[in-house]
Design a protein around this ligand. Structure first.
Ligand code: ATP
Length: 296
């Protein structure tokens, strides 16, 4: 199974709700950076992880792919004795929803392994119990997310966009970034983006220049407060000619929009030559959501 990373082209964050969550309005795009998840029948539910940031991923029952297998087993009667293997290509704690991608891939994979035959909608509503970004990892493409980000509406769009993702070694904890935003809001209005209309119009036209100009993320100021070095990365990306530069979700991954593939190659090479991030990846968007690559 293969599941993609996401970037938030637009992310506006409402006030903290009594249940601790925030209402969001977001536009997600699935981009071509993937985790591959393999499920094999076994004598216990186990998980192994390899690849980028593997050492940071939990190997116990808190792993999101393990939780996904356990939850689907509980609801369907499937046999949860499965060996889960995750090959990570998505940065861990990077703001690209890698854990959610693994959960989505595991849901699709366990459904196929057990022949459960659940629809995407059924898997998505189960996935929302695991994390707000899981339904989008199943959906893929580009979508408007409301609620906690789990209520999705497909977006009219055309064309492909070329992204350069600048990775940072030290991750940022999503709850810590939201807490920092709440703290900043105690002393003044923080939140610059409220309406995704411009992003949606740019997507409808397939206009990369307009999309670059309209990217916005309310979590960016909080991410920059916790990781100030990201400011230089954003500035460098813009100086190198990116159409737009934004912290992805809660960061620290920074997404730079290129004019086209050729520009992305040049931008990635130029960025890699500066001492502003730990790694650089190119990725096209939009791409499909979690899917089965092969069954044995
Ligand atoms: P988001 O963008 O959804 O806020 P993120 O991309 O910042 O998330 P993830 O890589 O999804 O962060 O992981 C966040 C935390 O979740 C990690 O620090 C890790 O402890 C935990 N986690 C649990 N299962 C997984 C998994 N399969 N892969 C990665 N992290 C996992």
């Amino acid at each position: 199974m293969r599941a993609p990373a996401k970037v938030n082209l637009h992310l506006s964050v409402g006030q903290r709700r009594p249940d601790g969550f925030h209402d969001l309005t977001t536009v997600f795009q699935a981009v071509g950076l993937y985790d591959d998840v393999t499920l094999t029948r076994s004598d216990a539910l186990t998980v192994t992880v390899q690849g980028t940031g593997a050492a940071e991923v939990p190997l116990d029952a808190s792993n999101l792919a393990v939780r996904a297998v356990a939850l689907l087993a509980e609801r369907t009667g499937g046999d949860p004795r499965v060996a889960v293997h995750i090959a990570k290509g998505i940065p861990v704690a990077g703001g690209c929803a890698g854990g959610s991608a693994d959960a989505a891939a595991a849901l699709v994979g366990a459904d196929a392994l057990w022949g459960t035959g659940w629809s995407r909608e059924q898997l998505a509503s189960l996935g929302a119990e695991l994390g707000s970004d899981v339904p989008f990892a199943l959906h893929g493409g580009t979508a408007l997310g409301t609620g906690r980000g789990e209520q999705l509406t497909a977006v009219l769009e055309q064309g492909e966009f070329s992204w350069v993702l600048a990775l940072s070694e030290a991750g940022l904890s999503t709850p810590a970034v939201y807490a920092e935003l709440d703290r900043q809001r105690e002393t003044g209005p923080v939140g610059v983006v409220s309406d995704p209309a411009e992003v949606l119009a740019a997507l409808r036209k397939g206009d990369a220049v307009a999309l670059g100009r309209s990217l916005g993320n309310d979590l960016q100021s909080a991410a920059l407060a916790l990781a100030p070095r990201l400011r230089r990365l954003l500035d460098t990306g813009r100086d190198l000619g990116a159409l737009g530069a934004i912290v992805s979700g809660s960061g620290p991954t920074v997404a730079l929009l290129a004019r086209d593939d050729g520009h992305a190659v040049a931008l990635a090479a130029a960025l890699a030559g500066q001492d502003v991030c730990s790694a650089v990846r190119r990725a096209e968007g939009p791409v499909a959501g979690a899917r089965v690559l092969e069954t044995s």
